[in-house]
Each structure stands twice: as structure tokens, then as C-alpha cells.
Write a protein that binds this ligand. Sequence first.
Ligand code: SAM
Length: 260
Amino acid sequence: MLSYQHIYHAGNLADVHKHSLLAWMLGYLTRKDKPLSYMETHAGRALYDLSDTPALKTGEAAQGIGRVRGWFDDAHPYAQVLDQITAEHGADAYPGSPLLAAKLLRDSDSIHLAELHPGEHAALDLAMSPYDVKCHHRDGFDMAFALTPPTPRRGLMLIDPSFEIKTDYADIPRHIGKLARAWNVGIIALWYPILTNKAHQPMLSALMGAHPEALRHEVSFAPARPGHGMVGSGMFVLNPPFGLKEEAARLAAKFKTLPR
Ligand code: SAM
């Protein structure tokens, strides 16, 4: 049974890392007047209320976007969506990755989202109802295999698991290998946590061994609570768009200014 709920972590420093790079990539891809396919294997509920008890309980959003919103100027696609969501839903609203995609993509683009948790899927369906997207209540990798290669071929897949199931770390390199073989032009972006127990390391070694040309980008930060096992955030991107490396370096410099 799935128990992870992203509301406890929405808007934390890992979300800032993942969401700002995702928004930058989508902003870059939409500069060209050619349609895109966007897919997400682990969508979450898309719209978060940071004044909800779980978010206040962990305080992760306050340490995250609440502290670093000023890093992103008005021209950054992440800042543009944050402003739109504030205008539409209030100051405590925070967009998850599906909403970032829906706001940044165009009518000509297609969006497929998978979410397996029944409650999160219902919330996703509701949050995304104003947009022309397809929300699948199924396993994210099953959806990804069924839709890959997508039409149009140009596009991006975000893989953002909760890593609740211990086999996730072992399965992901195999799953990404299969997706990359079926869709060799696709941008496939995986988020992963940097953990003090190093549980992510074998997965990463397997991924880098199989795809040495991929972009691996990591930022580190102080744990959200004393003893908390996550001390950083990583993105592994196959077929990274031109300029992503430089954008990631700009972001890393900002993370380095945070107190440890
Ligand atoms: N991508 C979201 C964002 O950045 O806003 C956050 C997603 S959260 C880290 C991971 C989500 O994956 C959870 O909502 C969880 O219920 C869902 N999930 C877990 N296992 C899944 C599976 N096998 N297929 C699809 N969704 C799954």
C-alpha cells in the first residue's frame, strides 16, 4: 500500500531544484514552434496548500521556496508559474510538476500523467480539470512503456518516484534503459534523493555506467530536521537540452549560499 504524500515535502529545497530545472527545460523547448509530448510517471496531486497541517508540520516549504523565492527573477519560467498560481489560488498555493507543465506547455502539446495512489489521483484529476491533460490511475512505468515512443516524438518524461518501494532503486536503471531504447530522442529526467545511507548510489552508478553522456546534477543542503536522511537532491537527464548544464550550474551556485 502506498503511504507517501508529497504535501509533507512540497516546496522543499529538492522541489525547488527539480521544479526550477523542469520549468527551465519546458521554457526552452517551447521556444521552438513544434509540438511536444510531456509525460510524468509519478505525478502527485499537482496543487499544494502550504498552509495545510502536514506542510506546516515538517516546515520544509518554509525552508525551501519560502526562503529562496528571490533566486528566480521574473523572466524565469518557474517564477512565472509561481506568480500565476499565487494569483489564481492565493499566497499559500504551490504548483507541483504537472501544473508547471500545464502552465508552460501549449494547446498543441500533449500531457499524460500517472498517479497510483487513489486519493492523490482524485486530487490530481480535480486540480488538472481546467487543463487538456490525461490523468492515468495506473503504475507510472506501465503508462510510460505503453506510450513510448510518444507522438509527437519531441518531448520530455519526468520520473519522480517516492522511492517507497525498496526495489525502485534496483528497477529504475532497467526501466530507463528500456524507455531510452524505445525513445532515443526523448529527454528523460529522473529525480533522486541524496541520502546519508547512500541507498541511491548503486542506482546512480548503474545509470551513469549505461548512459555516460547523460547530465547528472546534484545540490546539497542541510537536512530538514536533525537526523533526517536526505541531504541533497539529484537530477539525471538523458538527452539534456542545450544550455541545461549552464542553468544547473547557476542554480548550484545559489544552493552553495545556503547556511549548512
Ligand atoms: N512529481 C510530483 C511533483 O514534483 O510535484 C511529486 C511526486 S511524489 C514525489 C511521488 C508520487 O508518486 C506520489 O504521489 C505517489 O503516490 C506516486 N506513486 C508511487 N508509486 C507509484 C507508481 N508505481 N506509479 C505511479 N505513481 C506512484
